[in-house]
Design a protein around this ligand. Structure first.
Ligand code: ADP
Ligand code: ZN
Length: 292
């Protein structure tokens, strides 16, 4: 059985694992993300002693994920200045000398859910993370979606709910989903971290109203067979019934499929217990090894 390496490369920490092609994680470690040269050297050192046959990377963005592009695997215009224009994938592939599968962190998480989690076996799936930012990973016909860049579905415009005058936390858009419904926007609107607002119905009703708008758009544009929601904010499970009802009201009966008829199984929490990113990276590595 082949041994696959996996990296969940985040802006604040790197999670590394070695696992099997069946998704069993054999070993894992994590360390803080520092400058690119030291971070890459540390990852290479850890994997070097562990005889991996392939590697999968789910990387923080923005990063080029289109295999046909000359900058495939490069980090792009990130606020983390030292990482700009670093050939992240190329450096790992050269030093470890194994096939390297590479995608965004949120696409990797989508693949993790589709392979091992709440979307297991589905060929069309959307995974949405609601945390420090909002992002969506999209699987279509079994393949992760890549266009001219990773789709930025967290920044779709939303209609402001009545009475909500919160300045958007997105520096680009006055009323995008991330600007009005990410963890930091909840904190800025209500003056306390989202985790401390658990019993406040008004907080979660407003949050669900925005997320419902986002999900209705994803249903209409991607026609996924299911939508999985993860990220820190979604640990507030009371959001799920509110989002289902809100999305149903926005779609207004226009989309009629067996999946949409059963919203409790259509809009669901992660099934990977926090491991969707690293399991997706493992699957990216397996696919790179098998040429899938
Ligand atoms: P990141 O998006 O940075 O990868 P997370 O998915 O953990 O990380 O998201 C962090 C955000 O989630 C923060 O804005 C935080 O306020 C929010 N958050 C964390 N835990 C909870 C919780 N229990 N309830 C609501 N929001 C939470
Ligand atoms: Zn935005």
């Amino acid at each position: 059985m082949s041994r696959i390496g996996a990296i969940e490369a985040g802006g604040t920490k790197m999670v590394l694992a070695v696992g099997t092609e069946d998704g069993d994680i054999l070993e894992r470690t994590a360390f803080p993300t520092t400058d690119p040269a030291s971070s890459i050297a540390r990852m290479v050192e850890w994997f070097s002693g562990r005889s991996i046959d392939a590697l999968g990377v789910g990387a923080f963005g923005p990063t080029c994920v289109n295999p046909s592009d000359a900058s495939f695997g490069y980090v792009l215009e990130t606020p983390k200045v030292a990482w700009r224009h670093v050939d992240f994938r190329g450096a790992l592939a050269a030093d470890l000398n194994v096939p390297v599968g590479y995608d965004t962190d949120v696409n990797a998480a989508c693949l993790g859910e589709a392979t091992y989690g709440a979307g297991k076996g589905l060929d069309c799936l959307v995974y949405v993370t609601v945390g420090t930012g909002i992002g969506a990973g999209v699987l279509v016909d079994g393949k992760l979606l890549h266009g001219m860049l990773h789709a930025e579905a967290g920044h779709i415009p939303v209609t402001r709910m009545e009475g909500d005058g919160l300045p958007s936390v997105c520096p680009y858009h006055p009323s995008c989903l991330e600007g009005l419904a990410s963890g930091p926007s909840i904190e800025s609107r209500w003056g306390r971290p989202a985790a401390d607002l658990e019993g406040r119905d008004d907080v979660w009703e407003l949050e669900a109203a925005y997320l419902a708008q986002g999900l209705a758009t994803y249903v209409l544009c991607y026609a996924p067979r299911r939508i999985v929601l993860g990220g820190g904010v979604m640990s507030q499970l009371q959001l799920f019934p509110l989002i289902r009802a809100g999305m149903s009201s926005i779609l207004a009966g226009y989309v009629r499929t067996p999946e949409i008829e059963d919203l409790d199984t259509y809009i669901v929490p992660s099934g990977c217990a926090g491991d969707q990113g690293i399991l997706g990276a493992l699957e990216l590595g397996r696919r790179a090894l098998r040429g899938d």
